[in-house]
Design a protein around this ligand. Sequence first.
Ligand SMILES: [Zn+2]
Length: 326
Amino acid sequence: MKDIAPLTVANGEFYPGQSGVVELVAGQLPSGSAVSIVAHVFRSFKPGPTILFLAGVHGDEINGVEILRRSLRQKVYNKLTAGTVVVVPLLNVYGFDNFSRDVPDGKDVNRSFPGSVSGSLASRIASGLSRNLLAHCDLAVDFHTGGRGVFNYPQIRYTPDDEVALLAAQQFAPPVLLAARAPIKSLRRSARKALNLSVLTYEGGENLRYDGQSITEGLAGIKRLLAARGMLEPVSDPFARVPHEVTHSAWVRASRAGLFQWTKRSGYPVRKGEPIGTIFDPHGVKPNKRILCPRNGFIIGHNNGAVVGQGDALFHIGYRGDPTPG
Ligand SMILES: [Zn+2]
């Protein structure tokens, strides 16, 4: 009987075949305005898994918001053949309004999980999401971009020992898969621990900018994942490919401050010793500092900033780690 029972999300009840939008209040701003989370719920007549697509946890990471907006406008989920999809296109509306990663109290929602109903605003939003949405889900995909000035090549990050996540990531089939532990108190780490829920982190492009490839890949990945799970009719997929899988990653950092120009960017394989960028003295006095790639690998992220400080992250190199001997 479980399959015909209503799914209760915040103040909405959804029977098989029903869809709609719910709004759940997660906190309050000092001005008195309510902080609410808007969620679209799509439920097929046929039983199946419940998948959450979430974007805008960081309010300045726009590509994910655009991916989910397009998926809603294209009515992708109106054609569900099984299961339930929940879509939250923009979690952190206040960060979005202020071009900020964080919520107005300066805290990062993605370092505030599982959250608390009596905690800070970030903690309350995390708690509202965990209790009202994550608890119902069998899988979640959380859409992000690189931070300020940092471009991430379209990729999915999954927790290394999570087989459910690995299979889902392969079904989503972005250009790159990266096995990487999630930060402490992040959505991905906390959901697995507290709810045994596998979460994929999609990364594509940089903050506050559209990136066409990241948006196209994200949208295609959603359709592939749902089709692979029997939740959508399969469609022809001209961009289908086997993802480039990497098991480790490391940043190449600036040994010197100055003006930075990359000569090789994300999405390309690199060899150890290959020149990939240069740091220049803005006064034109000191010699140029060539940046040589320290290992063989694949560039999965790079810094688009023209001015860099010492130690700034310049290139994110993904690679396959050596298998552990015997
Ligand atoms: Zn983010």
